[in-house]
Ligand binder design. Structure first.
Ligand SMILES: [Zn+2]
Ligand SMILES: [Zn+2]
Length: 176
């Protein structure tokens, strides 16, 4: 689940709608994403995979940026309704026993929609929709899942955006 949440965050943050460039510009980038997230059982990728993954990515982005829980639920349900979900216990590549939710013959987009969709569904069921955040830095719209104990995280990355904003606040105070 934790791994799937990290995967969906990394996927959404490749989207140009999070403030950067298109992170999935071509098949090489898509392949790099598959490898960095250790997505198993993926066959040869095609332009069709790229288009489908980008569509799933935008649906997940809408879940993160939903203004309230009902709209997050509607968006996620719309995605899940088009996704075959078949839970299956598995051990592979040295990972401990865990559950895969994607159908055995799923293409990459459906694979990601199933596993990440189920992880987000559990998060919403636990009443934790507010943990799905967008970075508070003015020029950054990257998403993240707030894992902090007091749910106080506001920046996508404390070393980059958080640090940047602290420096800016410090300078503003000095000028005042
Ligand atoms: Zn696995
Ligand atoms: Zn940020």
């Amino acid at each position: 689940m934790v791994h799937s949440l990290a995967t969906v965050v990394e996927l959404v943050n490749t989207s140009p709608s999070t403030g950067g460039e298109e992170g999935l510009a071509g098949l090489a980038e898509l392949q790099a994403f598959v490898e960095s997230r250790q997505i198993s059982g993926v066959s040869r990728l095609t332009a069709r995979d790229l288009g489908q993954v980008r569509m799933v990515r935008e649906a997940f982005h809408r879940v993160f940026t939903a203004t309230d829980q009902p709209s997050a639920v509607r968006t996620l349900n719309a995605l899940l309704s088009e996704t075959r979900i078949t839970p299956r216990l598995t051990e592979h590549d040295g990972h401990p026993l865990h559950v895969h939710y994607f159908a055995a013959d799923a293409a990459l987009a459906e694979h990601v929609a199933a596993d990440c969709g189920v992880a987000l569904a559990h998060l919403l069921v636990e009443g934790e929709a507010e943990r799905l955040r967008t970075c508070a830095a003015p020029d950054c719209d990257r998403v993240f899942v707030d894992e902090s104990r007091n749910r106080s995280r506001v920046y996508c990355d404390s070393r980059t955006c958080g640090n940047r904003m602290h420096v800016a606040a410090y300078r503003a105070r000095r000028r005042a």
